[in-house]
Structure formats: C-alpha cells, structure tokens
Design a protein around this ligand. Structure first.
Ligand SMILES: C[S@@+](CC[C@H](N)C(=O)[O-])C[C@H]1O[C@@H](n2cnc3c(N)ncnc32)[C@H](O)[C@@H]1O
Length: 354
C-alpha cells in the first residue's frame, strides 16, 4: 500500500471523506502529493499529461503580443511585471521573455510562482539566463508582493485546485465522497455551492446536473489580484460557463498517460486530478476584486484575435521544413476544436485601465 493510500485509510476510519479533501491530499500532501513530488509529471513520454507549453513556443509568442498591447493601453509603464501563478516549469515565461520585442522587452519582468519542487527545479534551468540578468525571479506562494503594474497570468492553474463535485438527484443535492465501500454520493446542502448551481442551471435542474465547486477560488483570485495595481489578468484553462458545467454534470477527472481515466479515487498521489474551471464564477470574483471587462472566449478564438498570424507566416517561410511543420502543428493544436481550441478558454479582465 502506498503511503498516501495508508493516510486515506486512516482518515476514512473517522468517517466519509469529501472528494475535495481527497483531491487536496492527492495533489498537495507536503510529502506524497502529486504536485509536491521531487520528480515532475511533465512531457510526452511516460508522463501523465502535457500542456500547451509542450507543443511549442506559439502560446508564449502570442502572449508577448497581447501583453505588449496591454502595456500600450496602460501608457507604457517603465516596468511591466508578469506574475505567473502555477507557473510549473517556467516554459511559458521563457517563451514570453524570448518573444518580447523593442521597448516592451526592456520593461518586461517575470515572476514565477509555484511551490511545486520538481517544477521549480525545471524552471531554474529554463529561466537561467533571465534569472542571471535579473529579468526573472521566483516568488513563494505565500510571499506578499509589492504592488506592480503588468499582468497576472496562469495556464492550467485553476483546474488543479481541489474541487468538490455536487449532483442533483431529482429531489436533493449530493456531494461526492469516499466511504468505507469506496466512492459514493452523500446527501448534503443547502450551501453556497448548491445555491450557485441552482441559480446557474438554465431551464431548471435535471437529475445528474451538477459540477465541481472550488472552495479556494475566491481566496486565490483575491491574493493574485491584490498586488496588481493596474493591468491585465489573463487565465488559460479548460472549463466552461457555469450553466454548461451544471448541465454536463462535470466531475473530477484523472489523467494517466495522457488519457482521461474515470477512477479519480484510485492510486491517489500517482496521477493528475483536475476539475473543469467555472469561468462564470471566476469572472464574478474578478469583478468583485476590482477588475472590469471580464470575459472569456475559446482558446481558438483568442489565438485568432491576438496572435501575430501574418508575422508567423512570414517568419516560418525562412525556417527549414521540419521546423516549419512543427510550428504549424503547434498552431493546429492551439486552434483545432478537437485539440485545445475549443476545450480551453482564455479569460481576460482589466484593472484600472480606461
Ligand atoms: C496543471 S499544473 C500546470 C503547470 C504549468 N502552468 C503548465 O502549463 O505546465 C498546475 C500547477 O499549479 C500549481 N499550483 C497549485 N496551487 C497553486 C497556488 N496557489 N499558487 C501557485 N501555484 C499553484 C501546482 O503546484 C502545479 O505545478
């Protein structure tokens, strides 16, 4: 039995364990949690998942253009700080710093925030020249940052927060849990989560409706948004509007070997667990934290609206064929509906920018 399985058994002796508590343990137990291990789950071969960063530099290049536009809108401040939360291996920061151009490049400063030890070790390598030059640095998750102008960025952060799935059974609400017999749905509510889902269900609730509720979302939005004096909050993740998630009956998912694997409660600590992000709720909390113009679109639409497509086409002509094909594949992955294009969304919200 793994150390984490032993901890779960001890915990179950005290009574059923809500799924969110199990997800917290599986991902963030200080010693055995999936995101607290010393070796990373990244990449293609033998790993559980890959993110947009494994596919090539285009997301970072598109963000460099978008942040340069934000910098213009903000009146070209002398320093434009990008705080990336859940920054993982730091590849997005690396690609962003490499793609920035002109006077915006001189203003750009990158902060990597992620206490995941394996990710941080990889980021130390990926960001080495920028760390040496003083244009990038690390911040601990509990570090209180000085106010800054710039952007708060995240890619697949909010889906990695512990979340509690709820279901409407036709007569009442149930929450997912682990009991002595295994996974189960227990009666619960009413509470903030069930009130939110009831209010968001379009055309009334039907049996099977429900979604994961991320208890930690407001506090994280608050702590990330607070030091941003002026600028853009930009989040990339999978998920949807609340009404669609409730309609779908979204649940926690487990990834192994790049496949979704239904049994999130098996082999906890050795697989990636994720929950769809409720973009309606995320936008509402950003509005509550002083952000304006909060809106989200599919990644495909965001790339088509903001990426330097004509520039890419011109640059790629000069590349050797194999590299050109790689870039085209990278663009297809980001935009095709069956790949990341429609499954991922990009949320933007602005603070103190008129
Ligand atoms: C799914 S991974 C994504 C990593 C990276 N952004 C990528 O695309 O490869 C989620 C990361 O979020 C980190 N994380 C979770 N909660 C966090 C928090 N409150 N602040 C910063 N990072 C956090 C985890 O340690 C983990 O490395």
């Amino acid at each position: 039995m793994s150390a984490l399985a032993g901890l779960v058994q001890d915990r179950l002796a005290q009574g059923p364990m809500p799924a969110a508590e199990a997800m917290e343990l599986a991902l963030y137990h200080p010693e055995h949690g999936y995101y607290r291990r010393s070796t990373g789950p990244w990449g293609f071969e033998g790993a559980d998942y890959y993110t947009a960063l494994d596919l090539g530099p285009l997301l970072g290049e598109a963000l460099a253009v978008r942040f340069a536009q934000a910098w213009e809108r903000m009146g070209r401040p002398g320093q434009f700080v990008v705080l990336e939360a859940g920054a993982g291996r730091g590849w997005l920061g690396r690609d962003l710093l490499a793609a920035a151009q002109g006077p915006f490049r001189d203003a750009l400063h990158y902060i990597h925030r992620d206490d995941n030890p394996a990710a941080r070790a990889a980021a130390r390598e990926a960001l080495a020249p920028h760390l040496a030059a003083g244009t990038a640095r690390f911040a601990d998750e509990d570090e209180v940052l000085e106010p800054f102008q710039g952007a708060v960025l995240s890619n697949e952060l909010f889906d990695a927060l512990p979340a509690q799935p709820w279901r409407w059974d036709g007569e009442g609400w149930r929450f997912e849990a682990l009991g002595p017999e295994g996974q189960t749905w227990l009666p619960g509510g009413p509470c903030e989560a069930t009130e939110w889902f009831t209010a968001q269900a379009e055309g009334g609730l039907e049996p099977g409706d429900g979604a994961p509720w991320c208890q930690g979302l407001p506090r994280l939005v608050e702590s990330l948004g607070a030091p941003l004096a002026k600028g853009l909050f930009l989040t990339i993740d999978y998920g949807d509007a609340a009404s669609r998630l409730v309609d779908k009956g979204a649940d926690i998912r487990r990834f192994r070997g790049h496949q979704v694997d239904g049994s999130w409660w098996e082999d906890m600590g050795s697989a990636d667990l994720t929950a769809d992000v409720d973009f309606t709720r995320l936008a509402a909390h950003l509005e509550g934290a002083g952000f304006r113009e909060a809106g989200h679109v599919s990644l495909s639409r965001w790339v088509r609206a903001h990426a330097p497509l004509a520039q890419w086409e011109a640059d790629w002509q000069a590349m050797e064929p194999a590299l050109r094909v790689k870039r085209m594949e990278n663009l297809l992955q980001l935009t095709l509906p069956s790949m990341m294009g429609e499954r991922f969304r990009v949320l933007e919200a602005w603070k103190n920018c008129d």
